[in-house]
Each structure stands twice: as C-alpha cells, then as structure tokens.
Design a protein around this ligand. Structure first.
Ligand SMILES: O=P(O)(O)OC[C@@]1(O)O[C@H](CO)[C@@H](O)[C@@H]1O
Ligand SMILES: [Mn+2]
Length: 451
C-alpha cells in the first residue's frame, strides 16, 4: 500500500537503544573490534614510524594508541559523546551537530553511544579515529585503513583482469553496437558495479572480503537477489535527449558518481564510468570521494589515484590499457574527482541543501547522480525505521538535486520502496536479508517527475 507523502510521519532513527538490533550489535561488538584492529595496525607500523621520524614517530604512535584505547572504552561503557578538538575545517560543524543531538535528547539524558542515532555515532567514531591520528604529528597523515584497502585490491586481481578484458571486448567495436546490445552491456556493467558493493571491509570488521571468480558470470545467479531494479528508468534518463540543443551521439552531459569503497568496488565503478564515456552515454563523469579515511574501505583521493596507477602498471594487457585510458580521462578533464567534508559528516542527505549548499549546487549540475553503497543509502533515507512499502521519494524527504539512483547491497536494516508482502516473504525465507549483504537494490528517483 503506497503511503501518502503529505501525511507520512518521519519515523525514529535506528539506534543501539533497541537491544539486540543490528545497530546495537554493531556498537557493542563490531565498533570495538574495528578500534582494536586500528590500534594493532598502528602498533605493527611502529618500526616504520621510527625509521621515518625517529623517536618523535614512536611518541606519536604511543599517544595515538592511547587516544584510540580511550575511545574504545568510551564506546564500550556508553560514555557521552564529546566535542572534537582538532580544529579541522569541519570541527565546528561536528560540534554544532552534537549540540543539535543534545537538544533533540532533552536535558535529562546525554548523547551517548547506545542512546543516540546509530548513523550519528558510527560516523563520529571514524571522525574520532581521524582526530587521534591528526593530533599526533608527525604521523598525522597516516591512513590507518590503507593496508586493508590495498590488500583487497590485490586479492581481487583476477576479477579485475576479467572485467578489463570484458570492457576491451565491448569498447573495441562499440560504434557497431545496436541500442539493444548497448543496453545489454550497460545492464551487465551496472550490475557488476552494484555487486562490487559486497566487498566493503566495514561489515566484516576489516576481515578480507574481496571478489573471487568472474564478476560477469556471477550475474545470472545474482539476478533474483535484486529486490528493486530501476535500471530501465535509469537507461531512459541517460538516453532521453535532455539537452536537445546539443546535437551528436552523446546523451547525458554529466553523470556524478558518489563513490563508496576502494579495492574491487572502485574498479567496477571505473569500468562502468569508462563504458558510459566510451559508449557516448555520458560526456563527463564527476566522482565524489572522502576527504579522510572513512568506514574502513571508502575511497579517498589517494586511493583513487593509486588505483589508476596500479591498473596502468599491471602486467596484463587489457588492465594496463584500462589504466592508461583512465589516466587520460583524468588528464583531459573527462573524469573529475571531487571531495567535500559533507560526505564525512553524519547528516542525512535531506539536510544537504541547508548544511552544504555548495555541494547541493554541484550535484544539481548532473543529469544523473549515482550513490554507491550502503552508507549512502542510510543517509539518503535518514537511517530510519521506515515501513518497507514507503516510497523511496518519501524517504528522501525532499532530497533531489537531480535524477538519482542508489546502487546498494543491503547491510543495514533500512529498506524502502518494496511491494506489499515482499519484506514479509523475505523475512520468512532469510531472516537476516537486510544485513547479510546478499540482496541489493537499484533504486531510482527523479525529482522532476511526479512520484
Ligand atoms: O557503505 P558500505 O561500504 O556499503 O557499507 C558500510 C557498512 O558496512 O558499514 C555499516 C556497518 O558498520 C553498515 O551500515 C554498512 O553496511
Ligand atoms: Mn563503505
């Protein structure tokens, strides 16, 4: 049953308040495990810090570890959330957000790990990890998640090669392809990018989680696990002549991709972006990554450049050809990489127009914005206890800078836009369907058309 937008009440945020919930288990078990791994990583790199910076490096390592151990204790004992002190460009807005949470809570109770919105405190933990490193020069630009990200890239080499070889097969005679053939390749590469989102390191608390086997051959068997598939509408958006004043084969002027994870997922996004450009479906791609290490595996500018360089240097004909092509797209400004502090803040995206109007204006220039991954979906929908049949547009609560599409494997218990009865059926077949990463959605919304 569709819910009328005008009368829909905004449901509460997911929170660890609900004992036994996924949010509760994340804060109780997964976050402390992640913090322990971060401490181990820093400790393991002690000699490297000594070689680079001498005794100062060792002192910084010790202080960072002590801040992180304190943080782990705060999480485990449900201490109040405290202000940031590092004076970065976003520190003030984080502290204002804490005040906002405080006023929502009322005076009686403090904002704490188990009593606050899960989205907020989970984002806050990653920002505090960054603070612990940042406050400790000379190791302040150390990426504590770098090892895991590079490892996950190398572990999926075979799949990357298969994908680059497939792309070569598509692009070499792309001019001769009919519309239906182009649509078939579009669908395949879109779905590869969708399932690439299985490979995040946060859900596995940093455990190896890379792509094994052929990502193309796997698609058929994965098809039934796509719960909402709006790829036809997405294709129509790209191929409808949105700018009839500009003649030629190119359809969309600009597609923006809000990236999620480095490693295999990023390669699938680059391959899809390459296909969009080389097929003429889009003229320019704008990528959006993170300014700081985030949710273990998320892409930073460094990861983006590193991945392209690795592909270029690969000892595989088609992979190195892809790498060279990607580098040339970047050089020519066909591909543009952006980052913005808003992506590493805890806000729901419906706040973007008010809290990051410059970013909102940037996205408004796109013909289509793709949001990769689970955390972006949580922020799109506000990470709330929505009824599963509420429409995607209702859950977006006015967010709509441009036509947009979420490509997400389900790893958190928020899901909207399902058919009546669909969620109940899934729950009876597979009770953890919302969090086990086996299911996915390609969910589209166009602010320009009526819902
Ligand atoms: O955004 P991504 O990389 O797809 O997923 C990030 C993620 O694993 O982190 C959280 C768990 O801590 C989950 O909400 C979510 O599944
Ligand atoms: Mn991620």
């Amino acid at each position: 049953m569709a819910v009328d937008q005008t009368v829909a009440v905004v449901p509460p945020s997911l929170s660890a308040r609900v004992v036994g919930s996924f949010a509760y288990l994340t804060i109780k078990d997964r976050l402390p495990t992640i913090l322990t791994k971060v401490v181990d990583t820093i400790h393991r790199n002690k000699n490297k810090f000594f070689e680079e910076y001498g005794e100062e490096g060792i002192q910084a390592e010790k202080k960072a570890i002590s801040l992180l151990s304190k943080l782990r204790n705060e999480v485990q004992t449900d201490k109040p959330v405290i202000e940031l002190t590092d004076g970065l460009q976003d520190t003030k807005s984080w502290n204002q957000y804490l005040q906002r949470q405080q006023s929502l809570h009322g005076d009686q109770e403090s904002v704490s790990w188990f009593k606050s919105p899960w989205l907020y405190v989970e984002c806050y933990m990653y920002r505090r990890i960054h603070e612990a490193i940042l406050l400790n020069p000379p190791i302040s630009d150390y990426d504590v998640f770098n090892e895991g990200k590079t490892q996950s890239f190398f572990e999926s080499q075979q799949a990357v090669m298969i994908l680059c070889t497939y792309l070569e097969g598509v692009t070499k005679n792309i001019e001769e392809l009919s519309q239906p053939q182009l649509f078939e390749h579009f669908n395949k590469l879109l779905q590869v990018s969708l399932w690439g989102n299985k490979c995040d390191l946060s859900i596995s608390a940093g455990q190896e989680n890379s792509q094994k086997g052929s990502p193309i051959e796997a698609l058929n068997s994965l098809q039934p696990f796509i719960l909402v598939n709006d790829s036809d509408i997405m294709w129509s958006t790209l191929t409808s002549d949105q700018r009839p004043e500009q003649s030629g084969k190119t359809y969309a002027e600009r597609v923006d991709i809000v990236l999620d994870n480095a490693g295999f997922e990023l390669v699938t996004d680059l391959v899809f972006a390459d296909f969009l450009v080389s097929s003429g479906l889009a003229r320019q791609i704008h990528f959006h990554g993170k300014c700081i290490p985030w949710f273990i595996s998320d892409v930073t500018a460094n990861d983006f450049q590193w991945t392209i360089r690795q592909a270029m240097a690969a000892n595989h004909k088609w992979m190195s050809k892809c790498g060279a092509q990607w580098q040339s797209y970047v050089k020519k400004g066909v591909w543009i990489y952006h980052d913005h502090p808003f992506w590493t803040q805890p806000h729901e995206f419906c706040d973007m127009a008010a809290d990051a109007p410059d970013l909102y204006a940037t996205l408004q220039k796109a013909d289509l914005v793709l949001f990769k991954g689970d955390l972006n979906y949580r922020k799109l929908t506000g990470d709330r206890e929505w009824d599963h049949t509420v429409s995607f547009s209702t859950a977006l609560r006015g967010f709509g800078p441009a036509p947009l599409c979420s490509l997400r494997t389900l790893k958190a218990n928020v899901q909207v836009g399902l058919q009546p009865g669909q969620a109940e059926k899934l729950t009876s077949q597979d009770p953890s369907w919302m969090t086990n990463g086996k299911y996915a959605v390609i969910q589209y919304y166009n602010p320009k058309s009526e819902d």
